[in-house]
Each structure stands twice: as C-alpha cells, then as structure tokens.
Design a protein around this ligand. Sequence first.
Ligand code: CTP
Ligand code: CA
Length: 225
Amino acid sequence: LARGVREPDLAGRHVVVSAGGTREPLDPVRFLGNRSSGKQGYALARTAAARGARVTLVAANAALPDPAGVDVVPVGTAVQLREAVLKAAADADAVVMAAAVADFRPAHYAAGKIKKKDGQEPDPIVLLRNPDILAEISAERARPGQVVVGFAAETDDVLANGRAKLRRKGCDLLVVNEVGERKTFGSEENEAVVLGADGSETPVPHGPKEALAEIVWDLVTRRLE
Ligand code: CTP
Ligand code: CA
C-alpha cells in the first residue's frame, strides 16, 4: 500500500474516543480544569475514520476543528462526559478514553459569580470524587469482546504505576506517557508504552500523535478479531 493509504481494517466497526479535558464549574465564570489539548484524542478519531470506522468523538473543551466524517459530541464536565461515553459505548466495538477527566468536582456550584468580601478570607472549596468512567466501562462491557483502552500520564515509576493502574481500571490496553516539562501536554508529539492486560508491552518511539494513534488501532484490531 502507498504511504498514507490504509487498509480499511476498521470498516463496519463503531469506535468511541473521548478527548480533551473536562471543566468542573465553580460559578458561571470559573472552573477547575487541566492542560489537555485534545490533540491525541482527535488524532485517534481521525486515524480510526481513515481506517473505515464509524467514529464517535466525545470532545471535552478541545479548541480543535471537528474531524471530517466523525460524529462529534461536545461535553463540558466529567459527569456529562460519562453520560455521552456510556450512551455511545452501548453498540461500540472499542472505547478509547484519551480525555483527561477531572478526578474531583466542586461540591457546590454558585449560581451567581463568587465575589470577594471585604476583610474576609475566601471560603474553602469542597470537592467531590467524580465517577471513574474507564473503570465503569471496563467492568460493565456493553457488548462481549468490546475493547477498552485507557491513557495514563505518569511522572515517576512510569511502568510500575502503569501496570498497577491497568489492573485497577480493568481495561485491555493502557497507553502510558511520561510527562514532564514540555512533554505531552499541548505538544504535537508523544512517546509512550502501551501496556496490555495480557502482559504485553509495546514501546512507541517519540513521534507524531498520529503514529501513536495508528499503533493503538493496530493493537485494538488485533483484539477484535
Ligand atoms: N479516567 C476516567 N474517569 C476518571 C478519571 C480518569 O475515565 N474519573 C480515565 C482517563 O480518561 C484515562 C485513565 O482513566 O484514560 C487514567 O486516568 P488517570 O488520571 O491516569 O487515572 P486515575 O485513576 O485518575 O489516577 P491518578 O490518581 O493517578 O490521577
Ligand atoms: Ca486522574
């Protein structure tokens, strides 16, 4: 095959990809967020579409153009992302959780803008745990043989933490990135190891996010056969 031309090995498949980062509102103008750009998730959606899949992209606050031929479902919060992913996953062959989901959300939402009070320190922000979407879809597969993929950014003991996380989440594959200054967030490139529940380890050399996406779909299609 010519370079850039792929066999449509995902034809007839429905895949769900979550991308971006959730925002957990404090009041109408403020939120707790994270630095995820959404680029890796969008690369996964684009490459899956190019390989023939029907793609649902659940996009959390990514300032990126909708990829052609992809069904984009915009969401804001972790709770909204969970709803959208569970709904789309009902008939999906694979679910890839590339989104950075906030672990916590403010317990209270102020309907009006929070204002300073003269001579007073601010009230503390009380946080609640958000649902763990990856663990939930891994535990309750919507259809038998559905392949579930997670992403993890780690700073220390990358492989050991990744292995433990893969077991905890119960997913089939976990893409582990090492993060640090200038690594991963917002960048065009990525370097990772894909850990499999079967004990496999697939190193992904430093390169474009598309290349990592292709490797993820290679590993997914192998598990779909
Ligand atoms: N994830 C999820 N729901 C959450 C948190 C995370 O579905 N509430 C997913 C992410 O989309 C990602 C994977 O879980 O695919 C790993 O996210 P990560 O933040 O590394 O895992 P956590 O279990 O939150 O661990 P940590 O305490 O290290 O943040
Ligand atoms: Ca987390």
